[in-house]
Ligand binder design. Structure first.
Ligand code: HEM
Length: 394
């Protein structure tokens, strides 16, 4: 099989991992002239970049992408915890993490089991590939939407809006995708505002949205607009990353019949399958950092305005942190995993993502999903950073 031509092409390549393994050794951290990006791929370089104060999540000259300016999408984007650094990031991260921490595992599990069964029933009439792909995308959004307090009847529409909004803010979106995402952002904002206008019927943490609002009311610097933006942010951060985790885990089972049999006999091992998939074939392959001022980063002299592609999927295969990295081993134990990032922006949704994906895989296997019927070769969603196998069945 041919190697990918570059680390962006690798994201949706059939097997990018042998290529990634060469990147750590040679050339290490390098500047890709064609892409105009620095590329970091080893564990040590990625830790250095993600923890360097000069490395920011947005270019300082363009905190919000120019194409969004003047739209609701711009206001949502500009207020996301994921898209800010320093003090604004700190205060938003505090409330977002606190709200996610209030949630009991049993509550997430109950919601995931409920929506897994419901969505499986929805795909039953044809059990087609499109049905399975829809299942993978919808399940995470339905669960997080439910936990946010969105009425059940609105979840299908919300899931569509979230998909449109993501396509609008992802690097490389077309003008049509940007226009569509801007409309979706308006709908999502209105949906959250409507929920916040309802009288409070329970305790302040009755759902994510109320919890965020409650915590924001105790912090001068956080506005309702920011609460709404970050409730939408929870949905967008969940959407394709968790869909890809579900589909990539199913793909592992389809490729490893012995493991499939073991998991069918012992479904209590599904969380281990999900965790090793996060290391081995992650749904998020890379993220970016923008250099704010001249600095030496991971031993290289960089200038303000430089951009670093942080290939987390490659670092998961770095033998200096994970021995025999190309072996899929659900009993690996304490693997070092970069899929959820590192440093101040590390993902606060890891536990929820693992619970949702575990429940999704269990639901599909319990219902006898036949993984031998997957159409080959596997197609991946077009993306520069997310690796989401879109599974179809013959
Ligand atoms: C398999 C699923 C997921 C993966 C692989 C993933 C991965 C990531 C990564 C890599 C980052 C950091 C990006 C960076 O530093 O550039 C991140 C941030 C974030 N994630 Fe996740 N995520 C997943 C699921 C979730 C879920 C389910 C939620 C919430 C319910 C969530 C909420 C967030 C938030 C709010 C941030 C921004 C944190 C910050 O900027 O401080 N994620 N995620």
């Amino acid at each position: 099989m041919n190697y990918p031509t570059n680390p962006l092409d690798a994201v949706t390549h059939q097997d990018p991992y042998p290529y990634y393994e060469t990147l750590h050794k040679n050339p290490g951290l390098y500047y890709d002239e064609a892409l105009k990006l620095w590329v970091a791929s080893s564990a040590v370089d990625i830790e250095a970049v993600l923890n360097h104060p000069a490395c920011r999540v947005r270019p300082i000259t363009e905190p919000v992408p120019k194409v969004l300016l003047g739209s609701t999408a711009a206001s949502v984007f500009g207020n996301l915890v994921r898209m800010n650094d320093n003090d604004k990031h700190k205060s938003l991260k505090k409330i977002v993490s606190a709200v996610l921490d209030t949630l009991s595992h049993n509550k997430v599990l109950a919601s995931a089991d409920h929506w897994g069964k419901y969505l499986y029933q929805q795909m039953l009439p044809n059990k087609s590939g499109a049905g399975l792909t829809d299942f993978c995308y919808n399940m995470p959004v339905y669960v997080v939407g439910d936990l946010l307090g969105i009425p059940n009847g609105e979840l299908p529409q919300v899931s569509e809006w979230v998909g449109s909004f993501i396509r609008c803010i992802a690097p490389g979106g077309s003008s049509e995708q940007i226009a569509c995402g801007q409309v979706a952002a308006e709908h999502l904002q209105k949906c959250m505002m409507t929920q916040l206008e309802q009288p409070l019927s329970g305790e302040p943490y009755q759902n994510f949205l109320r919890g965020l609002q409650h915590l924001a009311s105790q912090t001068d610097s956080i506005s309702t607009e920011q609460v709404v933006a970050n409730s939408i942010g929870l949905l967008t951060q969940t959407y394709e990353a968790t869909a890809g985790l579900i589909s990539n885990a199913l793909l592992m089972l389809s490729r490893m019949p012995e493991l499939h049999k073991l998991i069918q006999d012992k479904p209590e091992l599904i969380p281990l399958l999900v965790r090793e998939t996060i290391r081995y074939d992650p749904s998020i392959q890379n993220t970016r950092r923008f250099v704010a001022e001249e600095a030496t980063i991971a031993g290289k002299q960089m200038r303000a305005g430089d951009v670093i592609l942080v290939v987390v999927a490659a670092a998961n295969r770095d033998p200096s942190v994970n021995p025999t990295p190309s072996v899929f081993n659900i009993n690996r134990g304490n693997a070092k995993v970069f899929t959820f990032g590192s440093g101040s922006h590390v993902c606060p949704g890891q536990t929820i993502a693992i619970t949702i994906a575990t429940s999704a895989v269990r639901c599909l296997l319990d219902n006898g999903l036949d993984l031998q019927r997957l159409v080959q070769p596997i197609q991946y969603r077009t993306s520069l950073n997310a690796r989401v196998a879109e599974l179809e069945m013959i």
